[in-house]
Design a protein around this ligand. Structure first.
Ligand code: ADP
Length: 316
């Protein structure tokens, strides 16, 4: 049994790391892809997870696989495809720490996953099935994602979605909006951030955006609001769950660590998602905020994910 299986982007981030003594721009290689970050967060919290996706037969694909295997994420459903390169992204940082992505080698291996390559046996053994958005940008990965969602729904999994929108991935925001919205109808849980509210729902206001998601059949909607915390919504109503006050050093992976924590607490609660109370959702969000508060205090995404002991000491 797996607590959570995820499908979606798996890529390398080359992040701006300043200027060398010789005056040359330096980039630091990091494993990336939001769904994988969520799984690593869950593994650190003691949950069993699996990843479904595709990398190229190159040093970057090997590095990604090794990163996940080292963290105990099951990679039986991760295919190495000799015909494509692993997706690479270069990340520029503004003075305020804003990250701008530019993708190289597009389409990368992770967008080449085909429906018949999906390990439905892994999905069927999972309680939660989580997807990201990069797999929606190109065929055949878009069809593979839809096929996987149908398999997960039939297997009785809880379906979870974080669009993790990156402007440079889509030709234009209208196309992104349509493709992202096309899978909302499958979802039990949707987590978005402030920048995604309009794209996914047409509403700028977080509460209205969350309510629009519920109107489409989503059971729990979360809109993360950075250092302010998260707005949560169920059919019972909307509530704000404040973030923990910490000195944020690097917000890479903040949303992913929050969602790993949220899913961990949801699984532990044993609640029926179709009927979960707003109080229970607030408790899950508080746990997610605690995980994210530890993540933002350290540099990096995957290396910054906290252990269960660390989270419990924040909560006590
Ligand atoms: P994303 O990384 O998707 O843009 P947010 O920036 O909204 O997501 O942050 C996600 C979560 O991370 C927040 O809901 C909060 O729990 C936590 N977080 C982010 N920034 C801070 C901060 N400065 N202080 C404390 N917690 C933070």
């Amino acid at each position: 049994m797996f607590s959570v299986t995820a499908l979606g982007e798996l890529l390398i981030d080359f992040t701006d790391a300043g200027i060398s003594p010789a005056g040359q721009k330096l980039f630091e290689r990091n494993p990336g892809g939001a769904p994988a970050n969520v799984l690593v967060a869950l593994e650190r919290l003691g949950k069993s997870t699996a990843f479904i996706g595709k990398v190229g037969a190159d040093m970057h694909g090997d590095f990604l696989r090794a990163t996940l295997v080292t963290t105990d994420v099951n990679c039986d459903g991760l295919i190495t495809d000799p015909n494509y390169f692993t997706t690479l992204a270069f990340v520029a940082l503004s003075e305020e720490g804003e990250r701008t992505f530019s993708f190289a080698r597009k389409p990368g291996a992770d967008t080449r996953l085909a429906p018949e390559e999906i390990r439905t046996d892994i999905i069927e053994k999972s309680r939660v099935f989580h997807v990201g958005s990069l797999s929606l940008t190109d065929e055949p990965a878009r069809s593979a994602t839809i096929a996987a969602l149908k398999a997960a729904k039939n297997a009785g999994c809880i379906l979870s979605y974080d669009p993790n929108y990156r402007a440079s991935l889509w030709d234009n925001p209208e196309v992104a909006s349509v493709q992202m919205q096309s899978i909302v109808e499958y979802m039990d849980l949707v987590k978005i951030n402030e920048e995604e509210t309009t794209l996914l729902t047409g509403h700028d206001d977080p509460a209205q955006a969350a309510e629009a998601l519920l109107a489409k059949g989503v059971k729990v909607a979360c809109v993360t609001l950075g250092g302010e915390g998260v707005l949560v919504a169920t059919k019972e109503g909307v509530a704000m769950v404040p973030a923990f006050t910490v000195e944020a050093v690097d917000t890479t992976g903040a949303g992913d660590s929050f969602w790993g924590g949220f899913l961990c607490a949801l699984l532990d609660s044993g609640a029926d998602v179709a009927d979960i109370s707003l109080e229970d959702v607030k408790t899950c969000a508080r746990f997610g905020n605690a995980v994210a508060s530890l993540c933002v205090r350290r540099r990096g995404g995957i290396p910054a994910m906290p252990t269960l002991d660390e989270v419990e000491s924040v909560l006590s």
